[in-house]
Ligand binder design. Structure first.
Ligand SMILES: C[S@@+](CC[C@H](N)C(=O)[O-])C[C@H]1O[C@@H](n2cnc3c(N)ncnc32)[C@H](O)[C@@H]1O
Length: 435
């Protein structure tokens, strides 16, 4: 981003907030728009942060909570090597596909061939029950004809020997399985269509697959054109952010040897898997259709940041802000206070891990949300600044931004009483540090 522009806007908080909101900028350019994923970071955030803080050619970008891989795509576009980790196997596959350039013309040829064979199989009344997942109630979530058609598509997609191509088609298949299922389109949690809607619902699986493949081939075509001559390397691995240094040591790649500086750009979970953004729940059905490891899919929300409560006394994480907010929540609900503590306990570990691996003069950018627990606002950005201090991270600046589009409701029911709602997040903070 233009430095002068930021300085000018620093004077006007409203203009600054509006700048980082990117209200009119598409979130679906290039391969960004290939598949839904909860709480995706706006690509313009990563783009602007890279432009500002990755001056050296040999800066590598790290995203310990890579999700659908948006930060890595922007790194590639800016010719920066990058590494991403996630504990969600579906996210790992999605991020890999979105950062792997393939020939869209070949993909188009492949998907049309698959479609042709699948339609023929369906006319001949073929069905592959062994390819239907058994890890969830498929009949509850899909109409019988949908199950049949998905099993046929899967059979042909999984046959392909070209791994990059079949991964690309698997992601198209995943979105098809989602859109053709009885799942409500705009919900990330498992909500089935209403009875009346279900009666009228007649999804055409092959048409949905065809449309999704066509869209994704076009997105890949624009990404490929922009990436021409670009030799940037990207690594995406399964890994927990609280073991980041171990994960890092396991990477056997020249990217690491070549690095002069690091730049961390990441949006950690907000800390509310159980109530709102459940990455595991979102990924479970399509992950099962894709034969991803079910035990790992099942664990995502439990193992994720703050997913486990610790059976220990709440120790001092050296954040006076956190302590005062925990005290306030404890007075209302000690269990919820323990949840909040668990989230920051894990977050603190992640900061410690980052301090072990980052080169000197590296920058870190966290996009966090200030959620409300029991009507008490949790100032995640301010707590983060206090936690980071003990690991030698100097706070540089915090930018506020609005969340203009959001699948989640802006209101929830904090006491689980209907008609009694509370505000949820509609703002985020972009918090920047240097080590
Ligand atoms: C807000 S999302 C990231 C979204 C991403 N920036 C994007 O644009 O798609 C947070 C991600 O953190 C992952 N996650 C949660 N806890 C984790 C942990 N302890 N280690 C690694 N990943 C974790 C979730 O699976 C989820 O994909």
């Amino acid at each position: 981003m233009r430095q002068k522009e930021i300085c000018r806007m620093q004077k006007s908080k409203v203009a600054l907030k509006e700048f980082w909101t990117f209200r009119n900028e598409s979130r679906k350019k290039f391969t960004h728009g290939m598949h839904k994923y909860p709480a995706r970071m706006h690509p313009e955030i990563a783009k602007n942060i890279i432009a500002k803080y990755a001056e050296s050619k040999r800066t590598i970008i790290i995203d310990p909570f890579v999700g659908s891989g948006g930060v890595l795509i922007e790194s590639m576009l800016k010719r920066k090597n990058s590494i991403g980790f996630d504990i969600n196997p579906f996210a790992v596959l999605l991020a890999k596909v979105k950062t792997t350039v393939i020939n869209p013309k070949r993909a188009e040829f492949e998907y049309q061939k698959i479609l042709e064979k699948s339609k023929r199989d369906y006319q001949r009344d073929k069905f592959y029950p062994k390819l239907v997942p058994t890890d969830f109630d498929v009949e509850f979530w899909n109409k019988p004809s949908v199950i049949k058609k998905l099993s046929i598509l899967k059979k042909h997609i999984f046959k392909s020997k070209d791994r990059k191509m079949s991964n690309f088609l698997k992601i198209c298949f995943s979105l098809t399985a989602r859109h053709a299922s009885n799942q409500r389109r705009h919900e990330f949690k498992h909500w089935r269509l209403e009875k009346e809607q279900l009666k009228k619902y007649r999804p055409d699986v092959f048409e949905i697959f065809s449309d999704i493949c066509e869209t994704n081939c076009n997105l890949m075509a624009s990404f490929r054109t922009t990436m021409r001559g670009n030799k940037t390397k990207t690594v995406v691995k399964f890994g927990n952010a609280v073991n980041l240094s171990d994960n890092f040591n396991k990477i056997n790649s020249e990217i690491l040897d070549d690095a002069k500086r690091h730049l961390v750009i990441t949006s950690p979970p907000y800390g509310d898997h159980s109530t709102t953004v459940a990455y595991g729940e979102f990924s479970y059905h399509s992950g099962s259709w894709l034969d991803l490891p079910v035990n790992r899919l099942k664990e995502v929300d439990r193992v994720g940041l703050g997913g486990q409560r610790y059976d220990v006394e709440m120790s001092d994480l050296e954040s006076p802000k956190l302590i005062s907010q925990l005290r306030a929540i404890s007075k209302i609900d000690t269990k919820r206070a323990a949840d909040v503590y668990a989230f920051f306990f894990d977050f603190d570990k992640c900061l410690e891990e980052l301090s072990k691996i980052l080169k000197n003069k590296s920058h870190l950018c966290f996009v966090v949300g200030n959620r409300t627990v029991k009507r008490i606002p949790i100032h995640t950005d301010k707590i983060l600044v206090q936690l980071a201090l003990k690991y030698g991270f100097k706070h540089i600046v915090t930018y506020p931004r609005m969340i203009p589009t959001k699948v989640l409701p802006f209101k929830n029911a904090p006491e689980n009483i209907s008609n009694k709602s509370g505000r949820m997040m509609n703002e985020e903070r972009i918090v920047i540090f240097r080590n």
